[in-house]
Write a protein that binds this ligand. Structure first.
Ligand SMILES: Nc1ncnc2c1ncn2[C@@H]1O[C@H](COP(=O)(O)OP(=O)(O)O)[C@@H](O)[C@H]1O
Ligand SMILES: CC(=O)N[C@@H](CCC(=O)OP(=O)(O)O)C(=O)O
Length: 299
């Protein structure tokens, strides 16, 4: 028999204990605009999500789309500025943000998942008042900080066999208010409210790096806090690691920061012994099912 087929069969067999540990697990995947890539990369991401669903995981996709917002704002001649990684959002900007995120980007992901044989449904934080925000900081305008989460709609969707795909746009306490929410912040708030088993933050670096530039594969929250304090975590990695710390406090079992540009990054993390990226967790994993060895990432 062709050796390649034997190795494919072995790979599938080796995935069994990992598939077993994630039975019924809730995995929130943040898919950032920079990780999205071309149509082929989008199709691969969609296949990974559909595969997760088929082996009994409940994947929940929360997406960004910063570069796509920049593109349309540019065409419209509207300038935007970022303060501490967040877009200063005027009333005019927030309309464009909602058009791009809830329209173009959300439907592109929904369509890719459906093309891969899944049943995706696209919503934003506005649907069923899922995510209610207040202004994060007066300097940022219509940028929202989640203050109330109503995630039953997400559970209803995944229990009905659907894959929720969520745009980080939210409603406020006042009528007719729209907030632009940073994609990482939204994913963390959703994962926290769901007490998710995993929050995967797909980005454009291999993981959290130390001062020597090495990716740290397993981290305790105290280590992350120390790295933020001593400046070895900086720029866009600050909101990402802060989101991770908050999500863990809210009851997410573990957060993984990994490179979304690597083909099948999520599958590598979930279904192989070595995993991918930086896994941040405060407690020891739960009892390991048969077949997992010491040192595995556990659940
Ligand atoms: N310690 C660190 N480890 C890894 N990346 C870091 C670190 N400190 C700063 N960064 C920067 O953070 C960036 C990731 O944040 P960002 O660009 O906002 O991601 P995304 O667009 O996917 O949300 C990396 O590309 C890197 O330049
Ligand atoms: C408040 C804020 O900054 N919102 C982001 C929302 C999109 C996002 O987060 O996109 P990425 O994940 O691709 O960066 C923005 O306007 O760009």
């Amino acid at each position: 028999m062709d050796r390649d087929f034997i190795s494919t069969a072995r790979t599938l067999s080796e995935a069994l204990p990992h598939i077993q540990r994630y039975a019924d697990a809730v995995v929130v995947v943040k898919f950032g605009g920079n990780a999205m890539g071309d149509d082929e990369a989008m199709a691969e991401f969609a296949r990974d999500i559909v595969l997760m669903k088929h082996v009994g995981i409940h994947p929940v996709v929360v997406h960004g789309g910063g570069p796509m917002i920049n593109e349309l704002l540019g065409k419209l001649g509207i300038e935007s500025r970022f303060v501490r990684g967040k877009r200063v959002t005027t009333r005019e900007t927030v309309e464009v943000v909602e058009m791009v995120l809830s329209g173009l980007v959300n439907k592109r992901i929904v369509q890719a998942i459906n093309d891969a044989g899944g049943r995706a449904i696209g919503i934003s934080g506005k649907d069923d008042d899922m995510m209610v925000c207040e202004a994060d900081d007066p300097e940022l305008g219509f940028v929202g900080r989640p203050i109330e989460m109503n995630v039953q709609i997400i559970r209803d969707l995944y229990l009905a066999g659907l894959i929720p795909v969520i745009a980080p746009v939210a409603t406020g306490m006042a009528d007719n208010e729209t907030f632009n929410v940073n994609g990482d912040t939204a994913a963390g708030a959703i994962a926290g409210a769901l007490r998710a088993d995993r929050l995967l933050l797909l980005t454009d670096v291999a993981g959290v790096k130390n001062a020597e530039g090495e990716v740290l594969t397993q981290m305790h929250p105290d280590q992350v806090k120390a790295m933020i304090a001593d400046g070895s975590v900086s720029g866009g990695m600050i909101p990402k690691t802060e989101t991770a710390l908050k999500a863990l406090e809210d009851g997410v079992r573990a957060v993984v920061i990994l490179d979304g540009r690597v083909p099948h990054a999520s599958l590598l993390e979930l279904f192989t012994e070595q995993g991918a990226g930086s896994l941040i967790r405060s407690s020891e994993p739960r009892a390991k099912p048969h077949g997992l060895r010491q040192g595995d990432r556990g659940l």
